[in-house]
Ligand binder design. Sequence first.
Ligand code: ZN
Length: 415
Amino acid sequence: MVRGEGNMQFLKGNNLPRVKSSNQSAILRMIYYYGPIQRAEIAERLELTLPTITTNINKMIEDGLVRQVSAAHMTGATNGRRAGLLEINAAREFFVGVELVGEQWSVCVADFCGQILSSRGGTVRDRDYEAVMRQFADSYAECLAESGKTSENICGVGIGLPGLIDRENGILWMNSIFQWSNKKVSQDFAALTGYEGKITVENNATARGISAQIFHWKELAQGKSFAYMLVASGIACPVFLNNSSYRGSVVGTGEAGHMVIDPHGRPCACGNRGCLEAYASEYSIITECINEMRQERAVTLRRLCADPEKPTMAEILRAQHEGDCDVNRVIEEAICILAIAMSNIINFTRPDTMLIDCRLFVSIHNRNLLLNKSKSALCNPTFYGADIRFAEEGNFANALGGVAVAIDEKLENVQ
Ligand SMILES: [Zn+2]
């Protein structure tokens, strides 16, 4: 039995999806996370017998999913046991990732280990659902052509979108900022691209959390849990457990964006007043910057941006960098609110690691402001020291979250 399966009944009772775990997928995950790894270590970590491990692994080697990388310590076969190291055969399977994060869309083709073969990306100017889906489909075709792959080579597609997602049915229930509701995303993507394989739709913050878990398992699995705070058009903070057979966020999408900061405050796209998103999301920062420019302030930003009614986050960040004090004030106010919200989430969920994925924190000045402000809100006897980390700049423009969702499906449903 796989460690952590004791949780299954509890999770099922809570109607959480995807609690299935088989020996085979557990072994494949072990090789994915810890490879190159020896059979004996897999057996020990999973508390399975070596013959069970060997039978399963022989099949994976036959199927080309796994390969042996070192024959140096081979001591001859005994009961089919060999001492070679095992790793994932990266070039065996290919996946497509699709993401919309804030105003950035991205599409890519990647191998089994998440190495990107080709990619496309840009800024969404038209928020119409059909237009965004067409952009995805066109870029999918371009990425395939550039990588030299065909639809038949693609093992799965993962799509990360902002909002409430029904993963089982591939439906986006609601995205208040883009004003999308009840969109049959996987069905529409299949119709537009002609792709006939598995398409998995996931909330974008959850997708990026899965990406952190899959591609950085060794660093994150030191602790029991981690939270992934994505600040883009909205704000979400899903939480992940490392020693559980349950895949994905244990708190749904972690819709942190609609926690009320001020009951009489700014109106939010959801219809309420004073939500966190109305103060600290990219959407709210863009809205505040437009207001500044309408009042003849934020002159640097005004000079930099192509359309003063539609500044992009990239333009806003450049204006801050170039010393626009009005833009700086808008950003600092947003960070102060974000720091309080983040501290509340840390105090409430106690994750071992807090990963922050937000373009504002490319700037060291903004990073330090967040850390200093959150310190005062965290500094009480219950604080136990979460490790706060920032996503690397390269993360913002790629679709590795989508790729990770597709790979995670493959690891879970290996035959
Ligand atoms: Zn709201």
